[in-house]
Design a protein around this ligand. Structure first.
Ligand SMILES: Cc1cc2nc3c(=O)[nH]c(=O)nc-3n(C[C@H](O)[C@H](O)[C@H](O)COP(=O)(O)OP(=O)(O)OC[C@H]3O[C@@H](n4cnc5c(N)ncnc54)[C@H](O)[C@@H]3O)c2cc1C
Length: 462
């Protein structure tokens, strides 16, 4: 498919930057603009920016295993992973007794990573050395003795070929690469709303209205500005539901993060530990960097119901959108403490230096949303990271451009398509009379549908 000349990418996180890099490499003569709301890239509030992100090919779906393995090769062997942006420390994936979803996910994932190594020509001895099955807690204790202390583990496996990335450094690197290529104009400003072609609105093609550009939010001096484009790519992460009606398709869910200051000595002791992730509790610990130890939860998360205009209409809709600079609710804090008690008891009572709610852009299946909008032929969405998009940074842009050009691998096309009505209904749950997305990809745990403001109110009464 021929792409138009004037292309606007909105969003300067993993999805937007990787798209900009691949698009400008493959289409050097197009006029490409990347627009980011934050005055800086990396955006400190962006979901792509943090101390660390797990980089694993350990997926229950072989399509993600394969793509993540291609990403890991780039992290491992190219400048993407240089200067501490990638560390290969291994990952222990574990589950607790009676949690069938997480056991199922972990077992499938174990089979997938082994199969991939076989396909890559590894011998069985080498595979057994790299991917170690952990039938019980005793086996885990042998591989990662420090972590296992109080954990209620019934099984899992350890993959030496997984690692973690410094997520702020990764974004900084991609932006630097983009600046060096000097093909993309980077602008800062927040899209208030998209502009639709009014000439088609009263015709029979009203359901196929083109977008013509975007109106930017008032600047400090009270003026507004407009950017026009022939093709708009929304890579706006968890905030995408403000610009496009994504009810039943994508919702923002808030996830808890807490950080602890550690000494030089503790840093040295923990730096080479593997990462540990329990899909049963969602809790994970990635080795620290710069004397900061992070503990986090990958769960159903908190909803932040917000009333916003339905794009292109005078009605309003209620969707979950990100909100920043809030404390974490007491229930999230307790979960982090409990996980520390189980995994690293020596740190269990140390005060948190800071906490954060970080926003996933969640879809019902946990699959990305990388596709043209069904009603707006020149509007493309590259979002739905669902808490696992970072690791694909070096390879994601190529896939997004494949999708833009209409030549995405059929399996990825199936996974990343716009869901039909039935899928939208089935992927949602009702809270406060409104339907919200629930991600049921087998990797989530905890309470479904917690409302952030209620949890914070409960915390303040404690
Ligand atoms: C707590 C947490 C832990 C995670 N852990 C992992 C992990 O271990 N491994 C992994 O692979 N992935 C992980 N992820 C997922 C991964 O980080 C995300 O999938 C990915 O970073 C999402 O990138 P993005 O570009 O969609 O979003 P973002 O990085 O949020 O970028 C979107 C950008 O769009 C901008 N924007 C939004 N609205 C507008 C607007 N109206 N106008 C202009 N600009 C706008 C925003 O300012 C933002 O900078 C995690 C995510 C979180 C939140």
């Amino acid at each position: 498919m021929e792409l138009p000349d004037n292309i606007l990418i909105v969003g300067g996180g993993v999805f937007g930057l990787s798209t900009a890099l691949s698009l400008s490499e493959r289409h050097p003569n197009k006029q490409i603009t990347l627009l980011e709301a934050s005055p800086t890239i990396p955006n400190p509030h962006g979901s792509s920016v943090d101390t660390s992100r797990i980089i694993r090919a350990d997926y229950s779906n072989p399509a993600y295993t394969k793509l993540a393995a291609a990403g890991i090769k780039k992290w491992r062997n190219t400048e993407w992973g240089h200067e501490g942006r990638y560390t290969e420390n291994g990952l222990a994936l574990v589950y607790t007794e009676g949690n069938f979803d997480s056991e199922n996910y972990t077992r499938k994932s174990y089979e997938n990573v082994k199969k991939l190594l076989e396909e890559e020509g590894e011998g069985s001895e080498s595979i057994a050395e790299k991917v170690v099955y952990l039938p019980d807690k005793a086996a885990l204790e042998k591989v990662v003795p420090r972590y296992a202390a109080g954990m209620n583990i019934s099984g899992g496996y350890f993959n030496r070929g997984s690692g973690w990335g410094d997520a702020e450094a990764g974004v900084r690197f991609a932006k630097k690469k983009l600046d060096e290529m000097a093909k993309v104009v980077v602008r800062h400003g927040e899209v208030e709303r998209l502009l639709f072609d009014e000439t088609s609105s009263s015709s029979s093609s009203a359901s196929q209205r083109r977008v013509t550009g975007a109106i930017l939010k008032d600047t400090a001096n009270g003026t507004t500005s407009t950017i026009t484009a022939d093709l708009i790519i929304l890579a706006t992460g968890a905030a995408t539901g403000r610009l496009v009606d994504l009810r039943g398709i994508v919702d923002a869910t808030g996830q808890v993060l807490a950080y602890i200051n550690i000494t030089d000595e503790e840093q040295a002791q923990l730096a080479h530990m593997p990462t540990i992730l329990s899909f049963s509790t969602g809790m994970f610990i990635i080795p620290p960097r710069n004397n900061l130890l992070k503990i986090a939860r990958h769960a159903y998360g908190y909803l932040n119901p917000s009333d916003v205009p339905v794009p292109g209409s005078s009605q309003t809709m209620r969707v979950s959108l990100p909100v920043h600079d809030l404390p974490i609710p007491a229930e999230g804090e307790r979960a982090c403490r409990q996980a520390l008690r189980e995994m690293l008891p020596a740190f269990a009572e140390r005060p948190f230096a800071r906490t954060r709610i970080c926003w996933y852009s969640d879809t019902p299946t946990g699959d990305f949303l990388i596709t043209y909008h069904p009603s707006h032929p020149n509007l493309f969405l590259a979002t739905g990271g669902s808490g696992h998009g970072y690791k694909f940074f070096p390879v994601l842009g190529d896939q997004i451009v494949n999708a833009l050009e209409g030549r995405l691998d059929p399996e990825l096309q199936r996974l990343w398509k716009w869901p039909d009505q039935q899928e939208q209904r089935e992927g949602s749950m009702e809270r406060e009379g409104v339907k919200f997305v629930v991600t049921r990809d087998g990797s989530r745990s905890g309470k479904v549908g917690m409302i952030l403001k209620d949890e914070l109110a409960r915390s303040s009464r404690l």
